[in-house]
Structure formats: structure tokens, C-alpha cells
Ligand binder design. Sequence first.
Ligand SMILES: [Cu+2]
Length: 158
Amino acid sequence: MELAIVKSTFKYLSQIILLSCASFAVLANVNLVKDSGFVRAMPPSVPSTAAYFTLANTSDELYLSKVSTPVAKEVQLHTLVEENNIIKMRQLQQIKVPQNGVLRLHQGGDHLMLIGLIKPLDLNQKVPFTLTFSNGQQLDIILPVQKAKASNQHHHHH
Ligand SMILES: [Cu+2]
């Protein structure tokens, strides 16, 4: 009888430990998918560029709401829309990161727009970004500068 009580108490305690581990994990529920991103290399005369990457979310739905980097005056969240057969960029206030899913920023869709580059970026330069989410979480990531992928290219209209 006593053994049964001890057993159930132990079970209860281990559940508490599991629960507290789970709630701790919520603090870092969004992460960069390794090697998924890059900043698009542009000719030195172009003062803006785009960045792409994939984020994986292991928890509830949230929104990417703000991005900053020391290499540009401003980072905007952009999407592409088609109007009269012309693909245009539109600024978004935030981009959804689905529950237990991924947000994929890519050349044919949503992307980061770096506006007002402080100086031209070098090929393979590592560019740091701080991402801020709707729940207050912040994530620091580093993306390399690379030439645009040949497929799925889109045109920028500024
Ligand atoms: Cu854009």
C-alpha cells in the first residue's frame, strides 16, 4: 500500500518536471532552419536587397513583426502580389509563422527587404539580423551574402 503511494507520488513529480521543461522550451520555439537562408548579392550601385530564410516553429502560431540589421537603415517585410500581369512588392506589417509549421521566405514570395544599405555587401559576408515576434521573443540569425538562385527569380519594382 505504502509502496503504491510512493509510486504515484513519484509519477506525479515526474509529470511536474516534464511540464516545467515543456514551458521552458516555449521560450525558444522559433528557430532558423540550418543553411536555409541568404542575403541576395547586388551590384554595389544598388542601395537595397532582399533576404530569404526558413523558420521552424515548434509551438503556437505567432507573427514575425520586426527585423533589424546593422547593415541597413531599415528592414521591411514584403510579399509579392500580381496586378495586371506585373508582379509587385507590398509591405506587410507582420508575417504569420504557423503553429508547428514553417515560414518560408523565398524569391517567389514573402521576403525581407533591406533598404538603405550602409555600404555595399561583399559576397559571402555574414549579415546578422534580429527578428522580433508578436509574443516578444527575439531571435538572432546570421545569413551569408550569395548570388540569387537562378530558378524562381522575381523582379523588384521600387
Ligand atoms: Cu521587396
